[in-house]
Design a binder for this molecule. Structure first.
Ligand code: C6P
Length: 588
């Protein structure tokens, strides 16, 4: 079964209404966490691309392991060790069967997709990539499938090439013939984009690469939860995924690789268990798969993942996937009806991911406002900064759906988005009743967000610097005019959420006329007071308008937003003397 065909659009089966054939309420009972109330609201979990929730079966399996089996594997002759080893190897067999690998030794247990890709880059890559060679990835890779290749290419003086994408978020394959050429040593592409949802035609890429004798790694992290994967049918050479996105535990993942590659590859890590014989002179490596599993493994993780696979085998998975897809279409069309929201990633071939942006409201603020409604989504760049750069957005608010989500949850999501839009346009909190929102988005913060003070470039200023919050994609450019250690002027620009923008606005008001030392001192007090958790020290007397952030002190992620302008300011102060505004050629 091909992932693209499962989700294929008009004319494909997936748009047809199969409502009723999948009993979502029955399925939900298998996931204890879905019954939670968060801050008085029923949890609506829509952050499944980050990690999926775990069925009771998996939770019990892990508990059982620690109750009845805990011991180290491949090492002992005692009952526990023997049985833990059997359970671990049984999990490997389940994975092999699930993805239809030819042999169990082609399944390597690792920490996750990130480690799996690193293994291939550092082992296969280092052995095969030489000066002048090329590695081909795509424009929509997760950082996990960019950075390891960048590092190897830099080390070997090789070139990283990119398959481009279009404005819908589809790969442009017209030039594949040239992109894969005699210099290409490996193609590494994502099967389903985590930030756009696009399902890539990986089979076409694999076949083209193989015509030219080039091996292919598929990052299947976001594909495997949403469709059956058959590695022999795909004929990929490497396939990487994480257990925690497949309803299994965190800290366990899989690298599938064809035997001939694994046999030829050097181990990526060395130490215990991956050896046959060690003397001080030399070491003989163990057989596959153990050659790539150095040290004590995540035993309960592998066993838990095996049970997650049992769970998926026990439900009508095709119907589950169809259900997810119906929810995707339903939610997308209702969100479009709202107007004022742009969906980033409009491929006709999509997994259930909706990345959205709203004019005038930072995705981070959308995330916090939805959280107050009990709805968990992810906001930020989703570890795909090049995708954000391509679409010219700092971040997106990403809704990602799993088969335990319901149509009612989609309705609630749309209703909440509608309230948020009203809040954005009119400032009205009438519909957003949550106390938390009233606390976080106090009128003072919203006023600074709407009408920020000193929000302009200052090219006459003596110094400037940029600051980034890698967590959410916020970006600030700070301008400082300093004479004799006195701040004569301070302004800022950038793409900032309400918390960061208000903080910058307040900071620039507070620091004008202060000495550099006083500015640093104020930041230290601000940081110290809010990171200490000691509320009693936060008084208007020593922090001025900054006391408004006491309402978000419990949210370390949002405090990072408040600190961003201040950290940029202290970085700039520490560089003063070496930077000038003219030396920075910012686009503002
Ligand atoms: N994406 C997300 O919220 P790890 O962290 O090793 O389990 O998976 C890395 C990874 C690799 N490739 C893709 C396509 C992914 O989506 C991820 C993880 C999560 O989108 C966390 S950043």
């Amino acid at each position: 079964m091909n992932l693209r065909s499962i989700f294929s659009l008009p004319g494909g089966g997936s748009r047809q209404n199969s409502a009723g054939s999948f009993n979502v309420n029955r399925i939900r009972k298998d996931f204890p966490i879905l019954g939670l109330n968060i801050k008085g609201k029923k949890l609506i979990y829509l952050d499944n691309a980050a990690t999926t929730q775990k069925p009771e079966l998996v939770i019990r399996a892990i508990q059982d392991y620690y109750h009845n089996l805990n011991s180290n594997i491949n090492r002992g002759v005692h009952y526990l060790s023997e049985h833990a080893t059997l359970a671990y190897e049984n999990a490997r067999r389940k994975v092999r069967e699930y993805i239809n690998a030819q042999a169990s030794h082609e399944i390597i247990f690792l920490r996750g997709a990130t480690e799996a890709i690193n293994l291939v880059a550092y082992s296969y890559g280092r052995m095969n990539i030489k000066e002048g060679d090329e590695v081909l990835i795509s424009a929509m890779e997760h950082h996990a499938n960019i950075v390891p290749w960048q590092v190897v290419c830099r080390e070997k003086n090789a070139r990283l090439r990119i398959i481009p994408m279009d404005s819908k978020g589809d790969l442009i394959l017209d030039d594949l013939e040239n992109l894969i050429n005699e210099k290409t040593r490996i193609v590494a592409v994502v099967q389903v984009s985590n930030s756009l949802g696009t399902i890539n035609p990986v089979k076409v890429i694999i076949d083209k690469a193989h015509e030219k004798g080039v091996p292919v790694l598929i990052d299947g992290s976001q594909a495997i939860p949403h469709g059956k994967v058959d590695v022999q049918e795909l004929d990929c050479d490497f396939y990487a995924f994480s257990g925690h996105k497949l309803y299994g535990p965190t800290g366990i993942g899989v690298l599938y690789a064809k035997s001939r590659f694994l046999e030829a590859m050097e181990p990526y890590q060395t130490g215990g268990d991956m050896i046959k014989l060690v003397t001080f002179e030399k070491t003989t490596y163990n057989d596959l798969p153990y050659k790539f599993e150095a040290g004590t493994q995540n035993i309960e993780g592998a066993i838990g993942m095996g049970y997650a696979i049992d769970y998926l085998n026990s439900i009508p998975f095709e119907e589950a996937v169809r259900h997810e897809h119906e929810l995707l279409f339903y939610a997308e069309s209702r969100i479009r009806e709202l107007g004022g929201i742009e969906i980033i990633g409009q491929s006709e071939h999509k997994a259930p991911v909706i990345s959205l942006v709203m004019d005038g409201l930072h995705p981070h603020d959308i995330g916090t406002l939805l959280d107050a409604e009990g709805i968990a989504i992810r906001t930020g760049h989703h570890c795909t900064q090049p995708v954000m750069q391509f679409f010219k957005v700092p971040a997106t608010a990403r809704v990602s759906i799993a088969f335990y989500n319901t149509k009612e949850e989609m309705d609630q999501l749309v209703l909440s988005l509608k309230k948020i839009m009203e809040f954005k346009m009119t400032g009205s909190r009438q519909n957003i009743q949550s106390e938390k929102i009233n606390e976080i988005y106090q009128e003072a913060i919203m006023e600074h967000d709407r009408n920020p003070h000193n929000f302009k470039a200052c090219f006459d200023c003596s110094h400037s610097d940029e600051g980034f919050n890698p967590f959410c994609g916020d970006h600030i450019v700070l301008y400082l005019d300093v004479e004799n250690n006195l701040i004569r002027d301070i302004t800022f620009q950038g793409e900032l959420c309400a918390i960061a923008k208000s903080s910058a606005s307040i900071m620039t008001d507070m620091l004008k006329g202060k000495t550099l030392k006083e500015a640093e001192g104020l930041f230290n007090r601000f940081y110290g007071a809010f990171s200490s958790g000691n509320n009693s020290r936060i008084t208007k007397g020593n922090l001025g308008d900054l006391t408004i952030y006491s309402s978000i002190q419990h949210s370390p992620a949002r405090m990072k937003c408040a600190y961003l302008p201040w950290q940029t300011m202290t970085n700039l102060i520490s560089h003063i003397g070496t930077l000038t505004a003219e030396q920075h050629n910012y686009e503002v």
